[in-house]
Design a protein around this ligand. Structure first.
Ligand code: GLC
Ligand code: CA
Length: 560
């Protein structure tokens, strides 16, 4: 395929930025971020160079799960603004060339949603079969409860209904019954509604649970095969907008995850978050050993045709380590979150990266450099670009969802509210408070993390090999170093990352290069490494250092 034909596959080389409107920028001083505020701060995202905004849920909510418990799918939470503000935001984003995707949370609703209220009120309700009811608790396997801190079962008896209902998450989040065609129709209507307002697609919440039907047997209607249903959804979306995407939350081992792309056909989810590699990366960082990342990358299946892995360091949830063995998880806990209060659900950490590595800027930069060098679409969580920390005084996963830190001062430039008590959430304390960590201080400082990431993002966007290319992991004999290459349409990138605390030199092999071939350091263009006649080159890496090179073979189209 020619590069000029790929504009509709924009997501292959996109950089996604996840934010919660509530915590981004408060324009009216009530302490809660809002759409009008977000619209004012879009230039920050443009300057950083991201290309897609992922909005966490902004719909009316009972707010037990920070917006992931929706009470109305068709409007905006009044605390965040109006539909009018939303449309203004969409228009402002579009004028700056930013695309927008939004969380699609349709595995469940809030228990306060009128559908559930009606459903529980009577067996004759037209909404009765919109949820999954049983006289006795349905099947349940160990590990089925997602939030074991607050729930002990995925079945709860509703007194009014006189029956048990299914909820994969909190009991206040009853699962919708996708076996019911009326529910599937409504999901399509929700997708169609927001697409009309200009979205470029959705981040699909909890996909395996949405498709899970084992507890649902006996539900109304003709349940299609789960993957058939996902294909239907994707096809529907594609009819509404040919280049729109579904970016799925599917935290499963690679082989299972791959089926959510639609196997070879690639006709289900467009992108999946690469949870296994993310977890391996943290094990590797903890051990200062590239081995786990190497193994993950070697096990990572190729994505079918028009699909892609989305890579990330951190998301808005716990940093889950659930796919590591118990001993491996313990290693990461010991290195990066030894206190029980830093851990959550027995499987994850509720810290952000900078605090995990004791504020060591080299290791923070290493992690982002590595993540962005892996073939895929990088996804950032707001605040990562300036190295925000967490506030462990906040409950559970809320620790990493503190307000964006724009400038120094008690309100962090986030709000004009009278005092910090009015803020929707408190900032982290020193040394991660807005006085020490903020946008204004970093954007003009060429040595800041913000400048570093802006530079990496620019470079990622200039290197289609990362979004499009084929990956190979290179052999050498330094365990702390990961060296890989990405090839696409005659272009080759060489990417080297040293997870260790001492400098390292690796000898790598890039056979069959024409004489005079060399590798240019993309962040220090004066450095060019010659490739010897036998096709080898030597790369030196500082402690916790990452370097990206482009192979130059002297062809006339090379723009150095
Ligand atoms: C997903 C979200 C998480 C939410 C859960 C239930 O895992 O990422 O934040 O709590 O779904 O909607
Ligand atoms: Ca506000």
């Amino acid at each position: 395929m020619r590069a000029t034909q790929t504009g509709d596959l924009w997501w292959k080389t996109a950089v996604v930025y996840c934010l919660d409107v509530q915590t981004f920028y408060d324009s009216n001083g009530d302490g809660i971020g809002d759409f009008a505020g977000l619209s004012e701060r879009l230039d920050h995202l443009v300057e950083l160079g991201v290309t897609v905004v992922w909005l966490m849920p902004f719909y009316p909510t009972a707010d037990v799960d920070d917006g992931y418990d929706i009470t109305d799918f068709y409007t905006v939470d009044p605390r965040l603004g109006t539909l009018g503000d939303f449309v203004e935001f969409m228009r402002s984003a579009r004028s700056r060339g930013l695309r927008v995707i939004a969380d699609l949370v349709v595995n469940h609703t809030s228990a306060k949603h009128p559908w559930f209220q009606s459903s529980r009120s009577s067996v004759d309700s037209q909404y009765r079969d919109w949820y999954v009811w049983r006289d006795e608790p349905g099947p349940e396997k160990p590990g089925d409860v997602v939030f074991p801190d607050r729930e002990t079962s995925i079945w709860t008896k509703d007194r009014k209904a006189g029956q048990y209902y299914l909820h994969r998450f909190y009991r206040s989040q009853p699962d919708l019954n996708v076996a019911n065609p009326a529910v599937r129709d409504e999901i399509a209507r929700i997708i169609g509604f927001w697409m009309e307002l200009g979205l470029s697609g959705f981040r699909v919440d909890a996909v395996p649970f949405l498709l899970e039907t084992s507890g649902i047997e006996g539900g109304a209607g003709d349940l299609p095969q789960p993957h058939e249903y996902l294909r239907d959804l994707r096809a529907f979306l594609g009819r509404r907008s040919g280049d729109a995407i579904l970016l799925g939350e599917v935290n499963l081992p690679f082989e299972q995850a791959r089926t959510f792309f639609g196997d070879e056909d690639g006709d289900e989810l467009t992108m999946l978050f690469d949870f296994p590699t993310m977890q391996a990366m943290f094990l590797g960082l903890a051990r200062e050993d590239a081995g786990p990342i190497r193994s993950a990358l070697l096990a990572r299946p190729e994505t079918p045709g028009d699909s892609q892995w989305a890579v990330f360091v951190r998301n808005h949830d716990e940093l889950t380590l659930d796919k590591l063995s118990g001993a491996e998880r313990q290693e990461v806990f010991t290195a990066f979150g030894p206190d029980e209060g830093m851990q959550v659900y027995g499987r994850g950490l509720r810290r952000r990266l900078p605090t995990m590595v004791g504020g060591d800027g080299r290791r923070v930069r290493l992690a982002y450099s590595l993540m962005m060098s892996l073939p895929g679409t990088p996804t950032l969580f707001y605040g990562e670009e300036i190295g925000m920390g967490e506030n462990l005084d906040l409950p559970g996963r809320m620790a990493v969802r503190t307000p964006m830190q724009w400038q120094a001062g008690e309100m962090g430039g986030f709000s004009t509210a009278k005092n910090a008590d009015a803020l929707c959430r408190p900032f982290p304390a020193t040394p991660y408070s807005p006085d020490e960590v903020n946008v204004v201080a970093q954007r003009h400082d060429p040595g800041s993390l913000f400048s570093f990431l802006r530079e990496r993002i620019r470079c990622y966007r200039e290197c289609p090999e990362l979004g499009w290319g084929a990956l190979s992991v290179l052999d050498h004999d330094v365990p702390a170093v990961l060296a890989h290459r990405c090839d696409w349409r005659g272009g080759t990138l060489l990417l080297c990352h040293n997870l260790g605390s001492t400098a390292a030199t690796v000898r790598l092999s890039l056979p069959e290069q024409p004489s005079g071939a060399r590798c240019v350091d993309l962040f220090d263009r004066s450095t060019q490494l010659a490739i010897t006649a036998d096709g080898s080159l030597e790369v030196t890496l500082p402690p916790y250092g990452g370097r990206w090179f482009r192979l130059l073979t002297g062809s006339s189209s090379e723009l150095v």
